[in-house]
Design a protein around this ligand. Structure first.
Ligand code: ADP
Ligand code: MG
Length: 358
């Protein structure tokens, strides 16, 4: 049986050239670069809540760091160091090898060094703290948006939630569709380069972990502004487009409505390929898809505000980053978030979407 220290040495000790002192002492020692502020964030992943039995250890290792890198991205910070506290039910070396592979694979890609942590026995639980650097005064915060600023999002929306809905049999994706969506759920790609590039351009930013409406809502609240967004402008993956149906108000239930009408699981009678879909089940699938886009968690895309005169700069940036950046609306001086679709204004509350936030 390996000891706790064997496990730490074998699976969690890697070179940490940028730290004064890494794993092995009572604390790590770091030197923050001159002129930089330290951005610090922590996220906990609980087995059964944030990941399931079916998720392989590599996925869990990747995701536990990815969600933290996404927070650095949202601050415009360069990720530098991480600590890792794990509770393990047993010294399962196969699991640890897979976990370390996923974790260090992503860490290497972003130049993050694991400089310490804690290892204990208990119900599987993973807590990663990340530290990054951002030039003094330049962090992207949630409280800087101004009326008139444009609202942008990176990538496409709702894919991870659509994959989850597929897992939970609320929609039934075809094989190739599921294969296209699952990486968004299992291997989210934090938008670190975009966050850094948006310093001095974005007036506010957040990463979308709990769904567009909820997370944009945080910017509105902290910036003291309102917003108007256009459903038609939301960037969608082609798979999502297939399920969301035609974007006319008459053919699709409105965003606010399904919260009442749709229970957490809407039964297994979602889209059946090759079979005739009756109008009701097609409608149910469209509601699920729409909720994924507006309120689905785990996207880890960036949502940010920027002055309208930076529009072209941001489009150039998108080309340079090879990452879609899409303007979805604008900030207003009227409190609240309004969703427009086909010219109609609907009051939208993110409240009804709680079952998606988990
Ligand atoms: P202490 O008893 O002082 O808390 P530990 O015995 O818990 O120290 O840990 C020994 C060293 O190993 C410390 O430097 C700690 O930061 C590091 N460490 C423990 N667990 C992990 C882990 N999962 N990942 C990275 N470093 C770890
Ligand atoms: Mg300890």
């Amino acid at each position: 049986m390996p000891s706790e220290f064997d496990l730490i040495r074998q699976y969690f000790t890697r070179p940490t050239p940028s730290a004064i002192l890494g794993v092995g002492d009572d604390a790590a020692l770091l030197r923050v670069s001159p002129g930089m502020e330290l951005a610090v964030s922590v996220d906990m992943l609980v087995a059964g809540r944030h990941f399931g039995e079916a998720d392989g250890p590599g996925t869990v290792g990747h995701k536990s760091l990815a969600v933290n890198l996404s927070d650095m991205a949202a601050m415009g910070a360069v990720p530098r160091w991480a600590t890792l506290a794990v509770a393990l039910p047993a010294a399962d070396e196969k699991w640890l090898r897979g976990f370390a592979g996923g974790f260090f694979g992503l860490a290497g890609k972003f130049g993050v060094e694991l400089i310490g942590g804690d290892t204990t026995r208990g119900p599987l639980n993973i807590c990663v703290q990340i530290m990054g650097e951002v030039p003094a005064g330049q962090a992207l915060r949630r409280d800087g948006a101004k009326p008139g600023d444009e609202i942008w999002v990176s990538g496409t929306l709702g894919n991870a939630a659509l994959a989850l809905a597929h897992y939970q049999r609320r929609v039934e994706l075809e094989h190739m569709e599921a294969a296209a969506m699952l990486p968004f759920l299992h291997l989210p790609q934090p938008r670190v380069a975009a966050g850094i590039a948006l310093r001095g351009i974005a007036t506010a930013a957040i990463d979308i972990s709990d769904g567009l409406l909820a997370d944009l809502g945080h910017i509105l609240e902290q910036s003291g502004v309102g917003a108007e967004i256009h459903f038609e402008n939301l960037p969608l993956h082609e798979v999502m487009r297939r399920y969301i149906g035609p974007l006319s108000p008459s053919s699709l239930p409105l965003a606010g409505a399904p919260a009442r009408g749709v229970p957490a699981g809407i039964g297994g009678k979602a889209a059946q390929s090759g079979e005739k879909r009756d109008a009701d089940s097609l409608r149910e699938v469209q509601v699920v898809a729409q909720n994924c886009v507006l309120a689905g968690g785990d996207d880890y895309e960036l949502c940010f505000a920027a002055p309208a005169d930076r529009h072209e700069t941001i489009l150039d940036l998108a080309r340079k980053l090879e990452l879609p950046l899409t303007c979805i609306g604008r900030m207003t001086d009227t409190a609240g978030l309004r969703l427009l679709r086909a010219g109609e204004i609907m009051e939208v509350s993110a409240k009804g979407f709680d079952h998606f936030a988990a």
